[in-house]
Design a protein around this ligand. Structure first.
Ligand SMILES: [Zn+2]
Ligand SMILES: [Zn+2]
Length: 96
């Protein structure tokens, strides 16, 4: 089961609903990344499961907004717009 959290920047009001790291649902694995193309936090599809008992098949990461491949894992917890630390908000969505 995957889960999304709301992250918000107090400095520039940027807001994103992402998992905040590696996440996996039943069929898909995602990772929260920063896209350099559109300067946004995005959950990128990084793996897909072929069958119930199988491992995830890796997928080359691409931004779901702009389809660019200039994405890097979001480990800094910094706002992609202004570089301030982002505050982790509440759990918003459970997906599967
Ligand atoms: Zn910001
Ligand atoms: Zn993008």
């Amino acid at each position: 089961m995957g889960s999304l959290y709301s992250f918000s920047c107090e400095k520039c009001d940027y807001y994103a609903e992402v998992s905040g790291g590696e996440d996996a649902g039943f069929e898909a694995a995602t990772q929260t990344m920063v896209c350099d193309g559109c300067c946004a936090l995005v959950d990128v599809l990084v793996g897909k499961r072929k069958g119930p008992e199988q491992d995830f098949d890796p997928i080359p990461p691409r931004c779901p907004n702009c389809r660019g491949d200039n994405v890097t894992p979001w480990e800094s917890r910094l706002c992609p717009k202004c570089g301030s630390t982002m505050a982790e908000g509440s759990l918003t969505v459970l997906w599967d």
